[in-house]
Write a protein that binds this ligand. Structure first.
Ligand code: SF4
Ligand code: SF4
Length: 365
């Protein structure tokens, strides 16, 4: 790459602690413990470094970022560094006072996640009783506090039929944006794939519903829509390409090109405790490993889409083939595409019980 642009955004995973236990959580199977979390001073330094290298936005996520008592100080540091800040939250730990503190500290935007619109099913999916009722209240508080609001729904075979009501909820709350994101099948999502993967019929109906709603609500509500790879012929440009658009910091301070990259073996991901963000972005071997197109083998190497989708997702390639350098099996040109077709063919019948996201719920090597 001749000129390296700075990342568009920093994804700050402040903690893996979370009261919910979603079976599709994007956190790794091996969760960071609270005792190993980066402290306030280090986060404040990292935010200043992010602004200095030209990053414009920070997304505070987790786990549940509001589980950190020092969140207002961290938000304030982002504001003072000139970063636009977005809080990605389940909402269940927020109340009027804590929200006011965050707004006063300079928070710019809130993204509130929902598991469903049907309360009992929402609480079952999140593994947190009373969570849905709390979220409805927190959505109202966010609007009352004057913050722009995005509602986020992760959709799958066990809630997809209520897509119209999800969009209606976004309208009811006066959200600027609603994100309908199909589960991505890495980490916890892959563990629970048979319980979550929709049928082709469900997916097509959902896609049509979204397209109709986008036309009907043009100018009132923006609907972002993320589809699952399993029915695709070509992969997504995962994270806009490895180490091209985003930098992710784990609760313990490791810098990753995407939140799932810790699943890849043989990588020595750099820590922000010992390396500057500028050095990590420009020259860390882990970030250079799959940046650009030099690493590609066929069929990607000679493909005209290689600078469009960048060969798809490295973590998905590893999870499904055991080799992170192979073409993403989501691509119909991949010699491994059959593993996705087999997973689709095997789904059906009653969904198996969820394996909830919690420490020790899945054996890890
Ligand atoms: S996906 Fe669910 S379990 Fe994971 S961090 Fe978000 S709310 Fe918590
Ligand atoms: S062969 Fe590689 S570059 Fe071409 S479409 Fe498939 S994943 Fe993308």
């Amino acid at each position: 790459m001749s000129t390296l642009e700075p990342p568009l955004a920093l994804l700050a995973e402040l903690t893996h602690r979370c009261p919910l236990q979603c079976p599709y959580c994007s956190n790794p199977l091996e969760l960071d413990r609270a005792s190993g979390e980066l402290d306030t001073a280090n986060w404040i330094r990292v935010l200043a470094e992010a602004a200095a290298i030209g990053i414009l936005q920070v997304h505070f996520s987790g786990g549940e970022p509001t589980a950190r008592k020092d969140l207002p100080a961290i938000v304030r540091a982002a504001a003072e560094s000139g970063l636009y800040s977005n809080l990605i939250t389940s909402g269940v730990l927020l109340d009027e006072r804590s929200l006011a503190t965050l707004v006063e500290a300079g928070l710019d935007h809130a993204q509130l996640s929902f598991q469903d619109v049907e309360p009992a099913n929402a609480d079952r999916i999140g593994g947190f009783k009373g969570g849905h009722r709390r979220k409805l209240e927190v959505a109202r508080l966010i609007k009352a506090a004057g913050l722009p609001l995005t509602l986020n729904f992760v959709v799958h075979r066990q809630n997809l039929e209520r897509l119209p009501q999800m969009i209606a909820l976004g309208l009811d709350f006066g959200a600027q944006r609603i994100e309908i994101a199909h589960v991505q099948y890495y980490g916890w999502g892959l563990v629970n794939r048979d319980a979550l993967l929709p049928s082709r019929v469900q997916l097509d109906a959902a896609t049509e519903e979204v397209e109709t709603a986008r036309l009907r609500l043009k100018g009132r509500l923006v609907i972002d829509y993320v589809v699952p790879d399993y029915y695709a012929a070509r992969p997504k440009a995962c994270m806009g390409g490895w180490a091209r658009r985003f930098i992710n910091i784990t609760p313990a301070g490791l810098a990753l090109p995407c939140h799932a990259a810790q699943s890849l073996p043989g990588f020595d991901f750099p820590s922000v405790r010992t390396h500057s963000l500028a050095d990590i972005w420009q020259s860390s071997p882990a970030f250079l490993r799959f940046r650009g197109t030099e690493w590609m083998a066929e069929p990607c190497r000679s493909c005209e889409r290689r600078e469009i989708d960048w060969g798809g997702c490295r973590c998905q390639a590893f999870a499904l083939t055991g080799d992170a350098a192979r073409t993403d099996p989501a691509c119909a040109l991949s010699p491994d595409h059959g593993v996705m077709e087999a997973a689709v063919a095997a789904r059906g019948g009653e969904p198996p019980p969820f394996r909830y996201r919690r420490i020790g719920a899945v054996e890890t090597a």
